[in-house]
Design a protein around this ligand. Structure first.
Ligand code: DQA
Length: 147
């Protein structure tokens, strides 16, 4: 199984960006954890980070031929981007939404996700574990072990 892992805006700064909220691991460290976890699940992850909405949209379009599922932390685009939501709906690849922080216990403007209605499910609030839990859930879903 091939899984596209998309990291949205500002996640390139993980480790130094508001560590009290987002933790101290860097994005490279999170990607390494995901690669190791994927290996255990007999899957492979292909991580990409972009600060540009259009690049994320293009990458989602390109995923159709290459990947079986998408794990996405859309960052602030979660709360603003109809284009990302429509891209996910268009390719119709099983997608899991993750957030390091619990977006529902933060500012009101983070409580709404445009992505949520087009994903299988969402994991929010477990720091880097959110990604690992999300990967596990997505792989299990794709293998129809459970829904
Ligand atoms: C985030 C939460 C978003 O509200 C924020 O804009 C981010 C990161 C998270 O992982 O907790 O950039 O998606």
């Amino acid at each position: 199984l091939s899984i596209l892992v998309l990291h949205g805006p500002n996640l390139n700064l993980l480790g130094q960006r508001e560590p009290g909220i987002y933790g101290s691991l860097t994005l490279a460290e999170i990607n390494r954890l995901l690669e190791a976890a994927a290996l255990n699940l007999q899957a492979k992850v292909f991580p990409l980070q972009s600060n540009h909405e259009g690049v994320l949209v293009d990458t989602i379009h390109g995923a159709l031929d290459k990947h079986q599922g998408i794990l996405i932390n859309a960052g602030a685009y979660t709360h603003t981007s109809l284009a990302l939501r429509d891209a996910i709906a268009s390719v119709n690849l099983p997608t899991v939404e993750v957030h390091l922080s619990n977006i529902y216990r933060r500012e009101e403007f983070r409580h709404h996700s445009y992505i949520a209605p087009v994903v299988i499910g969402q994991i929010s609030g477990f720091g880097s574990q959110s990604y690992l839990l999300g990967l596990q859930a997505l792989v299990h879903y794709l293998r129809k072990d459970e829904v």
